[in-house]
Design a protein around this ligand. Structure first.
Ligand code: IMP
Ligand code: MG
Length: 184
């Protein structure tokens, strides 16, 4: 298949835009302002879970007007598809000693909840000054474990979505909006 055909096939899989670029921008701005107010004067560490949250992190941190540090973790739970493996594998860990920080985990989506419940458990054992989870998206209908984020920007139904960092088989992360993917 040539590059043009590959491109068309990939774009055909986009069913509809679920959350527009403008809607995301407005909510991220609002969230950044809330964080700036709540954490003023506190040592703040934003922890992004790669790869899905990299776009959200990049936009959110630029809406935060107080000093903050950034850290990255890589937690893999989906392997090239639309179904969860059920297993969370930490392939990149933080460098910071989080006992000196108020930590915000910046995540793309809470689906089964397995990734975040594992990551939260692991980070709490390191005694951060406080720990909160901010997730761009939440799919509560898909929850397999008891987990809820402290802040969710958008709650969506049980759809497989792509864009704004979220992938299907590593494609579509660069779309500026969130769209429903045609899994059929
Ligand atoms: P969990 O099932 O809550 O552990 O979610 C694990 C990861 O699966 C998320 O961080 C996403 O990277 C990925 N994921 C879950 N739902 C979707 C989706 O609708 N589209 C793309 N990735 C998803
Ligand atoms: Mg993913």
């Amino acid at each position: 298949m040539n590059a043009e055909a590959l491109k068309c096939e990939k774009l055909d899989k986009i069913k509809r835009v679920v959350i527009s670029e403008e809607e995301i921008k407005a909510k991220v701005k609002e969230t950044g302002a809330l964080i700036s107010k709540e954490y003023e004067g506190k040592p703040l560490l934003l922890v992004s879970i790669l790869k899905g949250a990299f776009v959200f992190m990049a936009d959110l941190c630029r809406e935060i007007t107080i000093p903050c540090e950034i850290g990255f973790m890589c937690a893999e739970s989906y392997f090239n598809g639309t179904a969860s493996s059920g297993k969370v594998n930490i392939t990149l860990d933080l460098k910071q000693d989080i006992s000196k920080y108020h930590v915000i985990i910046v995540e793309d989506i809470v689906d089964s909840g397995r990734t975040l419940s594992e990551v939260v458990k692991m980070l709490k054992e390191r005694n951060p000054l406080s720990l909160k989870v901010y997730s761009l998206l939440d799919k509560p209908d898909r929850r397999a474990v008891d987990f809820s984020a402290d802040c969710v920007l958008f709650t969506i139904p049980d759809l497989f979505v792509i864009g704004y960092g979220l992938d299907c088989g590593e494609y579509y992360r660069n779309l500026p909006y969130i769209a429903e993917y045609d899994c059929g």
